[in-house]
Design a binder for this molecule. Structure first.
Ligand SMILES: [Zn+2]
Length: 147
């Protein structure tokens, strides 16, 4: 896969600024896998998520009490939503060796130039919990620092 010379940081935040993250990846935005998941949660937020298993995500919270960790369906993953402004930042799943995340590209502070078009994703329904956890461990971005 084509990678830029050095990893770059892509900051994101909810609308009110209480909750922030940085997504670090050496992948150029044209190469990001951008998925428009068709589950009810993602459709209701108009979300499009990306991840890089060789990248890093770090979360920082100016107002930690505004972080709502919403769970649904198989309850394997926390969906980070701001209690104040309602933005959906991304999803975080704990594993035995730390957390992995997918971030919502629509809350990046700047839309990356050349960002890949979102592909409709609807393959989750047939997964078992173990299958889902395995694919997220393999495909999502490792989280560094507190979650
Ligand atoms: Zn907010």
């Amino acid at each position: 896969m084509a990678r830029t010379a050095a990893p770059r940081l892509y900051p994101g935040a909810c609308h009110c600024g209480a909750l922030e993250f940085t997504f670090e990846t050496a992948l150029s935005p044209q190469r990001w896998p951008v998925l428009a998941c068709q589950c009810g949660f993602c459709r209701s937020h108009g979300a499009a998520t990306t991840a890089d298993p060789r990248g890093e995500v770090r979360f920082t919270y100016a107002y930690p009490d505004r972080l709502r960790r919403y769970r649904f369906a198989l309850r394997s993953t926390d969906y980070f939503v701001c209690r104040e402004c309602g933005c959906y930042l991304g999803a975080v799943m704990m594993t035995g060796v730390g957390a992995v995340a997918a971030i919502n590209v629509n809350v990046l502070r700047e839309r990356p130039r050349g960002l890949a078009a979102a592909k409709t994703a609807n393959g989750y329904r047939s997964e078992s919990l173990e299958e889902r956890r395995a694919h997220r461990r393999a495909q999502w971005t490792p989280v560094f620092g507190p979650v």
